[in-house]
Ligand binder design. Structure first.
Ligand SMILES: Cc1cc2nc3c(=O)[nH]c(=O)nc-3n(C[C@H](O)[C@H](O)[C@H](O)COP(=O)(O)O)c2cc1C
Length: 498
């Protein structure tokens, strides 16, 4: 491993990586049917954390899949179950097997069941809970989980909340001290970099891993995603058979099926449309087509991320993870710093309090506490800019505006990373202030103008703050960074105007 690879590894070595025992903060979503042993093994072997999607599977099958993973790797992996979608007796059998087999990590979804969390915690298992709101998150924290998967409304499959991934990640990072993992619309290394910049310690990807050779999804499902265009998905309550609770799912739009869903009799008189895993599949069931499915596959639930049009190929898991890491590493200033995202302190910046006089207010410079407060405020502004750029990029902007927004976003991501580096260097890990997250516009055509204006306002505001604070900073490295940020954001404003 050369020096730059070592620096990338160190930079991505978030506390979550230590908690899970993997190399990269990239987790495969536990996708029912789709993430079986082959995908799980491939993700863990590529340095991420693989996760068996075992929702409603029999205890015998769960055990078989765990054995299958362990036959091929000794690396850590997770098992995913969904208590709300599982009958009590079956759930208790699944919990028993996971505990008996000493699975290292369990991931849970939908409503929080404190008794289930407690059973796993007592058995020494690390528990991550996927949540869709701050309220869910608070319940999961109270139940004793070790980390939160923040699922935004862009996610493929069952969707718990209504906030976008950027908004939820920012809110959870501000609110809880547990590791936050971003889920929903993370399809590329650029998406991963923006989530890390927003304060997530890792990413949990469904569609990106469904689109690999190792996933157990049917090739028809993968090819439909390859061909998907902008706005190909819909969030719908139509697919209800198999799930006891009413729950929205994000699938590829299918007007014919959605039309049939409106005729209520399809729920009374089940209509079989396919067979898979030796079981019948009914119209409007939550089953997505797996490798062994036969029948009318286009009528099945084709789960996909809202921005699945970004993924145009099926590749191996190792290639997918490598693409992510290579892309994220472009945001890391290899020559400049030795920073780590939310990890240990970097020695690169001298402490501003080492000013000769020993007095914090010496020559009108900011004291260490004031400096940290300014840096956290700037970080919060930069995060708002990253999130606002994401919104604008998701709206159907023309290619020129998209390219400009991408440049603005890339700068803001880099500034987030560098500000985090400064904060670690001066010894501040957590922002003591509770900061409000900037309210966002919706990501559709009609809001394009609002999204752009809102981004411009944020850029103007941050330039103002930078001007006010820059001259009061004693440390030359930090002063240089703030000057660089003023220049960068002023260029962004000019670019967005053109
Ligand atoms: C095909 C598919 C199946 C899914 N099945 C499950 C599941 O069984 N359990 C679960 O917790 N989440 C499930 N999800 C949701 C994921 O956990 C995750 O929130 C989502 O994939 C993230 O969004 P993305 O697809 O944009 O990456 C599924 C998602 C997909 C695409």
């Amino acid at each position: 491993m050369d020096l730059s690879q070592q620096k990338v590894r160190a930079a991505l070595h978030t506390p979550l990586v230590d908690l899970l025992g993997c190399d990269w903060p990239v987790l495969c979503a536990g996708m029912g049917g789709v993430s079986r042993s082959a995908l799980t093994v491939a993700v863990s072997r590529a340095g991420g954390l693989g996760c068996l999607g075992m929702v409603r599977e029999s205890p015998a099958f769960v055990r078989e899949q765990i054995y299958e993973v362990r036959t091929h790797t000794a690396l850590p992996f997770a098992v995913n179950i969904i208590p709300a979608a599982t009958e009590d007796e079956l759930l208790s059998g699944q919990v028993d097997v996971i505990i008996q087999e000493h699975v290292p990590v369990v991931t849970l979804f939908w409503d929080v069941r404190p008794a289930v969390v407690k059973a796993f915690k007592q058995a020494g298992i690390t528990v991550l809970h996927q949540v869709g709101s701050l309220e869910d998150a608070r319940q999961a924290v109270d139940a004793g989980v070790d980390g939160l998967i923040a699922q935004g409304v862009e996610a493929g499959g069952h969707v718990r909340g209504t906030a976008t991934t950027s908004t939820l990640v920012q809110n959870l990072v501000n609110e809880v001290s547990l590791p936050v993992i971003a889920a929903g619309g993370v399809l590329s290394g650029d998406d991963m970099a923006s989530m890390l910049a927003l304060g997530a310690q890792g990413v949990w990807c469904g569609t990106a891993f469904l689109m690999t050779h190792e996933s157990f999804a049917h090739d028809y499902h993968k090819q439909r995603i390859v061909k998907a265009k902008y706005d190909a998905t819909v969030l719908t309550l139509d697919y209800r058979i198999n799930w006891p609770v009413e729950a929205p799912v994000r699938v590829l739009r299918n007007p014919e099926v959605q039309e049939q869903a409106r005729e209520s009799n399809v729920f009374r008189d089940k209509q079989q449309i396919a067979v898979q895993d030796d079981r019948p599949v009914y119209l409007l069931s939550t089953d997505s087509p797996l490798r062994n499915a036969e029948g009318d596959l286009q009528k099945m639930a084709l789960y996909a991320s809202q921005y699945c049009d970004q993924i145009q190929n099926v590749c191996t898991v190792a290639e997918r993870i490598q693409q992510f890491i290579t892309c994220v590493s472009r945001y890391i200033d290899i020559d400049d710093t030795d920073f780590r995202l939310q990890n240990s302190r970097s020695p690169c910046y001298s402490s501003p309090c080492s000013a000769e006089s020993g007095s914090p207010e010496y020559n009108g410079f900011l004291s260490q506490a004031e400096l940290s407060s300014v840096l956290f405020a700037l970080l919060s502004n930069e995060r708002d800019i990253v999130a606002a750029c994401r919104e604008l990029l998701r709206a159907n902007a023309d290619s020129a505006l998209k390219a400009r927004t991408e440049t603005v976003q890339q700068d803001a991501i880099r500034y987030c990373f560098r500000l985090l580096g400064c904060l670690h260097a001066v010894g501040f890990e957590r922002d003591p202030a509770k900061r409000a997250t900037h309210t966002r516009c919706k990501s559709d055509d009609a809001d394009l103008k609002v999204c752009k204006e809102s981004l411009q306002v944020l850029l103007e505001r941050v330039v103002g703050t930078l001007h006010q604070s820059g001259s009061k900073v004693h440390d030359p490295d930090i002063r240089y960074l703030l000057k660089d940020m003023i220049q960068g954001h002023q260029n962004s404003l000019v670019m967005l105007e053109s």
